[in-house]
Design a protein around this ligand. Structure first.
Ligand SMILES: Nc1ncnc2c1ncn2[C@@H]1O[C@H](COP(=O)(O)OP(=O)(O)OP(=O)(O)O)[C@@H](O)[C@H]1O
Ligand SMILES: [Mg+2]
Length: 422
């Protein structure tokens, strides 16, 4: 028998643009459309159908027992790939061969029958995996225990919170002993403790020699868990290597269109939430001039953020996260880090704020600065590590005035600190 678990050959998936939204359109929206284009509507004309390739000619093989991470920007095609592998959607071209039973945990809403109780869904999923009632019964307590939703076992899952849903769905997928476990970004939904538990469980599953495919925006989790990593961009396979670190670095810093830019402008009107629209993120000098992509370390510079608020909300916070070249987070900072009297005003409408990064604080090398925003304690608007608006800055030279310090120091930061007798 061959040791291949998954073989994907020239896989492509074509979608209609706007197809996804069409499913969820309300009656009111449809009606409004017909008013906004009445002539077309009266003539019975339809807009021409536009399509695009969500997956484009992807080929790879995964060996049995391998734990493989899948990374890529929002909309890159990661979930689409997992859905095709789990046979939830059909490929437009190409083929997928799976050698073993697949259990998958995809977006909330797939895999479970919403009208059935948690209990019935456990049995249903087991049956789909080809297990007998007795076999499932043998795993039942473990599943319930792991999920922590015991009290709600007989409630239809449509009444579950998204966190509860994911807890149970993960417990089911991980405990029913599939040969191939496919997990899409679950960790984003559960709380921190549950995330840790899931990672541990996926590690166990991988150690038992089962194949694990894991999509995540959490690079640490990918590095911890996986033996190799796939990078997808615009539906194409960019990288597939067991050198996970270099795949991640290439993903975070590799896009050449970003490489020379110290300004990001929201030209595509992306990242808009109900309250916040980011307009620009820029690295500037004191007078507001854009920095070149490489600067010496001996002058201060500013991280400047422009945005627009649909309404004022005291919980709104905005700032940035900064990463070193190998993806390590150096720190986060927000507009509300100081005492309240020093916070910049953020009213309804446009705002422009900035924050100084002192000279001789960062180390030599490439840094990624990523805009982050949230409604404090309520929800992320731009969650760190999620392909948010970002800029790159390379620091080279200007490290210190000391006659004895002229090369890059090891370490993430390189502050020039004063020493004194006392
Ligand atoms: N059913 C659908 N109909 C039309 N377009 C779709 C459908 N499902 C996904 N898409 C589109 O296909 C592209 C790939 O989506 P996919 O969900 O695979 O991205 P992803 O890599 O999982 O992104 P994320 O990191 O945001 O989860 C996106 O442009 C998305 O809008
Ligand atoms: Mg996805």
């Amino acid at each position: 028998m061959s040791d291949i678990a998954i073989r994907v050959e020239n896989l492509s998936k074509e979608y209609r643009i706007g197809g996804k939204q069409a499913v969820n359109r309300t009656f009111r929206e449809t009606l409004l459309d017909s008013f906004s284009s009445p002539i077309r509507w009266m003539r019975g004309e339809r807009k021409p159908i536009e399509t695009f390739w969500a997956l484009n000619d992807i080929s790879f093989e995964i060996k049995q027992g391998e734990a493989v991470g899948i990374i890529g920007r929002n909309g890159a095609g990661k979930s689409t790939l997992l859905k095709v592998l789990s046979r939830i959607t059909k490929p437009t071209k190409g083929r997928v061969d799976l050698y073993g039973r697949v259990a998958s945990l995809l977006e909330v809403g797939t895999g479970f029958h919403s009208e059935l109780s948690g209990r019935d869904n456990i049995y249903l999923n087991g049956a789909i995996l080809g297990m007998s009632r007795r076999e499932i019964g043998g795993k039942f307590d473990e599943i319930v225990d792991f999920s922590g939703v015991e009290k709600f076992l007989d409630t239809p899952v449509k009444h579950y919170s998204s966190g509860m849903y994911v807890r149970l769905a993960f417990a089911v997928a991980a405990h029913l002993e599939p040969e191939i476990l496919v997990v899409d970004e679950v960790l984003a939904v559960g709380d921190a403790e549950f995330q840790k538990k899931c990672l541990g469980k996926m590690g166990d599953v991988a150690k038992q020699g089962r194949t694990v495919l894991f999509v995540s925006h959490n690079m640490n989790a990918i590095e911890q868990l996986c033996k190799s990593c796939i990078h997808i961009n615009h539906g194409r396979l960019i990288n597939f290597s067991s050198d996970i670190h270099s795949v991640i670095v290439d993903y975070l810093f590799g896009d050449p269109s970003e490489k020379s830019s110290t300004i990001w402008i929201n030209s595509e009107n992306s990242y808009i939430s109900k309250i916040f629209k980011p307009i620009s993120l820029a690295l500037t000098d004191e007078s507001g001039n854009l920095l070149p992509s490489t600067i010496p370390n001996n002058s201060d510079f500013y991280v400047a953020i422009e945005g627009e608020l649909a309404f004022k909300d005291p919980a709104f916070t905005v700032g940035y996260a900064i990463y070193s070249e190998d993806g390590a987070l150096l720190y986060w900072t927000y507009n509300i880090d100081t005492t309240e009297d020093l916070w910049p005003l953020l009213n309804e409408g446009k705002f422009k704020i900035r924050s100084k990064i002192p000279h001789r604080f960062l180390n030599e090398g490439v840094h990624k600065i990523e805009m982050i925003a949230s409604l404090h304690f309520r929800e992320w608007l731009l969650e760190p590590g999620h392909n948010n608006p970002s800029v790159l800055l390379t620091i080279h030279g200007g490290l210190s005035d000391s006659p004895l310090w002229f090369i890059r120091r090891p370490g993430l930061l390189a502050p020039v600190l004063k020493w004194e007798n006392w």
